[in-house]
Design a protein. Structure first.
Length: 135
């Protein structure tokens, strides 16, 4: 069963230096959540050099048919989002639907979206255009 929290982000701009998303978050448990469900007024700015590349391992595996096949594995590295905030490589403008923030005043849903962006980038090697998170 869902807790009723939701957030999504859409890629607005990216170049060699900066990646920018607009995002929205809402809590279905609040009475006025419909107002915030479509309001993408939050911003996530990520410096391009903050994206962590995964470790790539290649090995040759023997298949049941006797042939050999090269397998490529992308092993995710840990990304410290908190450290990137301190270094100024991630900037957040909270959305209007923010209902809970961290001790530093950052929307908890923005942190969830950021971690999903970093995970998807390490899995695919491509900057995700849309990110959705529900709980």
């Amino acid at each position: 069963m869902s807790m009723g929290y939701g957030a999504y982000a859409n890629l607005v701009h990216f170049d060699d230096d900066l990646i920018m998303y607009s995002y929205c978050c809402y809590n279905v448990n609040n009475e006025n959540y419909n107002i915030f469900e479509k309001m993408e007024d939050g911003e996530l700015c990520i410096d391009r050099d903050a994206l962590v590349e995964p470790e790539i391992r290649e090995k040759i595996k023997k298949m049941p048919s006797g042939r050999r096949k090269q397998i490529v594995k992308r092993i995710k590295k840990h990304v410290s989002i908190e450290e990137l905030f301190y270094m100024g490589k991630i900037r957040v403008k909270n959305a209007s639907g923010t209902w809970k923030t961290t001790d530093f005043g950052i929307d908890v849903m923005a942190l969830s979206i950021l971690s999903k962006i970093f995970d998807e980038y390490q899995e695919t090697g491509v900057i995700p255009k849309n990110v959705v998170w529900y709980s």
